[in-house]
Design a binder for this molecule. Structure first.
Ligand SMILES: [Ca+2]
Ligand SMILES: [Ca+2]
Length: 231
């Protein structure tokens, strides 16, 4: 959750906006959600802008004629919730959307203006309540079904998902037994079976202990980290 109060903002003629943002990376076309405030004179306009897929067009929902100058973005699971407040105490949920951002993301203040030559006269105070409570983010490679250990059940679980679409993979990174970071499928199931029964190569770390996602694992994602891996 990230919250700021916008104290001063260049009037609307400059099209400047300021607010809060959550985004998957610093790439200019990264997936993001933003709640931005525009000074429209007597009242403000809130703009909830989001892009669920990197490279896709951003969508904008506009809330006009508000007096609020506090803005907040919060992630609950895959829900991204935009709220605003007049006093920073009583909050109104304005908009929300639902899509997956990476477990590790960027959160902070965002501001921009259409006129790159003009002055962006924006000031923030009372930047508060930036709570970046990330999930534990530890998992065990090979434990595809999110139970205690990596065994043949995980290989069968993965094959069932691949061939019959049964169930969803709670942690794709855990199912990527060979750690290639690019695909999760039969090759990974075979890799695990070979390790378990044929003396094949050990699953790529984190194994056998739990460990954090690597950048390569981040690409595959992990919706549900196994509770037994939590510190
Ligand atoms: Ca398991
Ligand atoms: Ca793989």
């Amino acid at each position: 959750m990230v919250t700021v109060r916008i104290v001063r903002l260049t009037p609307h003629e400059s099209f400047s906006v300021a607010g809060v943002m959550l985004r998957g990376s610093l790439d200019s076309e990264a997936a993001h959600a933003s709640l931005l405030l525009r000074n429209a004179g007597d009242a403000h306009t809130l703009r909830f802008v989001y892009r669920s897929d990197g490279g896709a067009r951003s969508r904008t929902r506009v809330i006009s004629d508000v007096l609020d100058d506090w803005v907040r973005l919060e992630r609950r699971g895959n829900d991204l919730i935009a709220s605003s407040s007049v006093d920073g105490i009583i909050w109104i949920e304005r908009e929300s959307t639902n899509f997956a951002l990476p477990q590790l993301l960027f959160a902070g203040i965002a501001l921009t203006a259409a006129d790159t030559q003009g002055e962006l006269n924006t000031a923030f105070v009372e930047v508060s309540n930036i709570e970046l409570s990330l999930p534990p983010g530890v998992f065990r490679r090979g434990d595809c079904d999110g139970t205690v250990e990596a065994n043949v059940t995980d290989a069968l679980f993965l094959l069932g998902s691949v061939f019959s679409g049964e169930g969803t993979l709670p942690c794709r990174a855990a199912c990527d037994v060979d750690g290639d970071g690019g695909s999760v499928g039969v090759v990974d199931a075979v890799y695990l079976v070979r390790f378990l029964f044929l003396g094949g190569a050990t699953p790529v770390p984190p194994f056998p202990s739990c460990g954090k996602l690597t950048p390569r694992d981040e690409r595959l994602g992990c919706e549900e980290f196994p509770a037994e891996c939590s510190p």
